[in-house]
Structures are given as structure tokens and as C-alpha cells.
Design a protein around this ligand. Structure first.
Ligand code: PHE
Length: 348
């Protein structure tokens, strides 16, 4: 090795560096010349001891100068390329932080669920807890224990979904519960008075599908059994509930009625908000919408669950949650609740 070969190596290195156009080529170049083991600069330095002592100093100096120059050139290119690469990346991955964000759509409660939760909240203030029971029910809990005689029309297969048609109305048969009153029975069998319970849930009846009827709907039933309970409590609770739901502008009324499981019995109506109580298709031109039934628990029902009707009295009421949702949200076709049309549901 002499100064000439040394200069050649350095020149080659310079031109190779000029040809490296990306970071990968630059890295390869660095390994080729500056690699610890086999790098060419290292190779040159290794030759120094073989030179005549007089030349060692000059050659060594020349190698070091060449090495420094190459390193500086390499660093400069590397920096330039790295910042170019970063600029390119920033340009393609640019985020405009001033753009308005996309709205995320959060789900929300179905109108029936929203009203059910509101009702649970309202009645909790009166000390009522929630009780639930099965939707597939036996004849005894749905009818017999509720003082409903064998020839009552509600037991008819025209009105009730029996799981085995031959068992229609026969004691012991299974059916889809026609009201949540069956949960009254289950609750009273389990607990001794005093009790205050509400029973929300799905119920089934063989109804034609119309604007106001659907074969599946939701009921909320209330039951309060305490000594001294009377019809005034029924009226007070229902009035309180209606005021909490609709404010004080909608009046309610009780009409004498009949249910096998309550005596006396009443139905209760709320003023029709669709026509300002003047009468329209929704309220059958009466100005009132029927919400449900209520009354004092019939002594026969108390006896069926082992209570002593001489010791306790109870009140019960029940109504359609779907109907409350219709009044609250102002739509007059119950079928909307079941069609899962997002345009309808998103409004609530
Ligand atoms: N179970 C009755 C119905 O489904 C409603 C009701 C409940 C009536 C409690 C009186 C007392 O129509």
C-alpha cells in the first residue's frame, strides 16, 4: 500500500457515497467503509505496521484525514436524507387538526325501556321494589290463583297463547302470560306482607295487529299489601305517577269496572294529548285514553296465596308501558315500537 492506493480508496468511497440515494444504500456504504471488522478504512489502518517506519506517520495521517472527511460527508448526507424522509412522511400522514371531528353515534334506550326505567324510578320514591317472573306461565298463576273462573273469556284460546292448544283453559296447562298479575301471585307466595312491588314485563295476547294493539306488549303492575290499604291509596299513587310522567296538565279519571282479581275494580284513563281532550281517532273521539286497571286485591286472591284477608288488604294496578310511551312521545301507532325503523327510533 502506498499513498496513491490510499487516495484511490478514498476517492472510490466518495463517489460511492454520492451514488447512494436512499437510507438503505447509505447504511450499506457505511458498513462497507466503516465496518468494525471488514471495513475498508480498518483494512487500510491494519496495513500501517507493515510500512517502513519513515512512511508510517504520513500514511497514518492521510488515512485519518480521509476518514474524517468521509465521516463528515456521510453524516451530512445521512442527516439530509433522514430529514427528507421525515418531511415526506409528515406530508403524507398529515392531520388537519382544525377539521371538525366525525360524530360518533352512541346507542340509546328504546322508548319502552326508557319509560320502564322512569316508572321504576317514580315508584321507588313510594317505596316500591321491582319483582319479575317468567313469561311462560302456568294456568294456576295466570288465572286460577287470580280468581279467574274456568269459563272466563280471558281464558279462551281466542285470547290466550297456549303452548299446547289441546290444553286451552285446562288447569295445569302452560301459556304465555297474558298479564304481569301472575307475578303478584309468585311474589305473595314468596313474601309475607307488608309488601310494595312493581312488576314490569312483557305480556302476550292473541290480538289482531292494529294501531293500538299488538300481540306482545309491556305492562307494569303494582301491588301493595299492608294493613289499612284502601282505594284512596290507589288513586293517590296513580295520580302521583301521572303527574311525574306528564306534569299536571293531563288529568286522570277512575271508572268503575270489573276484574276477577280485584274488588272493587276500576279502569283509569288519562286525557288524550293528541287532540287537547277534544276527541280524535287515537282516543276514539272520547278525549280520554285508557291506561289500565286497578282495584283492591280480591279476598280470594289473598286466600290463594295463604294470606288472611281479615288481617291485610292490598291494592293492585296494571297498565301498558307501550301506551305510556305513545302518550309521552306523541306517536299514535304502537307498531312503530316493533318495526326497528332507525328513522323512528333515533328520535328519542
Ligand atoms: N291485569 C289487568 C290487565 O291486564 C290489569 C289490572 C292489574 C287490573 C291489577 C287490576 C289490577 O288488564
Amino acid at each position: 500500500m502506498n499513498l496513491a492506493t490510499l487516495e484511490q480508496v478514498i476517492k472510490d468511497a466518495e463517489s460511492a457515497l454520492a451514488k447512494a440515494t436512499d437510507l438503505a444504500a447509505l447504511d450499506a456504504w457505511h458498513i462497507k467503509y466503516f465496518g468494525k471488522e471488514k471495513g475498508e478504512i480498518q483494512e487500510l489502518l491494519r496495513h500501517i505496521p507493515q510500512l517502513p517506519p519513515a512512511e508510517r506517520g504520513t500514511v497514518g495521517k492521510a488515512i485519518n484525514q480521509g476518514k474524517l472527511a468521509l465521516e463528515a460527508a456521510y453524516n451530512a448526507r445521512h442527516q439530509a436524507m433522514a430529514s427528507e424522509a421525515l418531511d415526506a412522511q409528515l406530508a403524507t400522514e398529515r392531520i388537519d387538526v382544525t377539521l371538525p371531528s366525525r360524530r360518533t353515534t352512541a346507542g340509546h334506550a328504546h322508548p319502552v325501556l326508557a319509560i320502564k326505567q322512569e316508572l321504576i324510578e317514580i315508584f321507588s320514591h313510594y317505596g316500591f321494589a321491582v319483582a319479575e317472573g317468567p313469561e311462560i306461565e302456568d294456568d294456576w298463576h295466570n288465572f286460577t290463583a287470580l280468581n279467574t273462573p274456568a269459563d272466563h273469556p280471558a281464558r279462551d284460546a281466542q285470547d290466550t297463547f297456549y303452548l299446547r292448544p289441546s290444553a286451552a283453559g285446562a288447569p295445569g296447562g302452560m301459556l304465555l302470560r297474558t298479564h304481569t298479575s301472575s307475578v303478584q301471585i309468585r311474589a305473595m307466595q314468596k313474601q309475607k306482607p307488608p309488601l310494595r312491588l312493581i312488576m314490569p314485563g312483557r305480556v302476550y295476547r292473541r290480538d289482531e295487529v292494529t294501531k293500538r294493539h299488538y300481540p306482545i306488549f309491556h305492562q307494569l303492575e303494582g301491588l301493595m299489601v299492608e294493613p289499612g290499604t284502601h282505594m284512596g291509596h290507589v288513586k293517590g299513587l296513580l295520580t302521583g305517577m301521572l303527574h311525574a310522567l306528564f306534569g299536571k296538565q293531563l288529568q286522570m279519571r277512575l271508572r268503575p269496572s270489573f276484574f276477577p282479581f280485584t274488588e272493587p275494580s276500576a279502569e283509569y284513563d288519562v286525557q288524550c294529548p293528541f287532540c287537547n281532550f277534544e276527541g280524535c281517532g287515537t282516543c276514539s273521539y272520547s278525549g280520554w285514553i285508557e291506561l289500565g286497571g286497578c282495584g283492591m286485591v280480591d279476598p280470594n286472591v289473598l286466600k290463594a296465596v295463604g294470606y288472611d284477608p281479615e288481617q291485610v288488604t292490598g291494592l293492585a294496578f296494571g297498565f301498558g308501558i307501550d301506551r305510556v310511551a305513545m302518550i309521552r312521545y306523541g306517536f299514535n301507532d304502537i307498531r312503530h315500537l316493533w318495526e326497528n325503523d332507525a328513522r323512528f327510533l333515533q328520535q328519542f
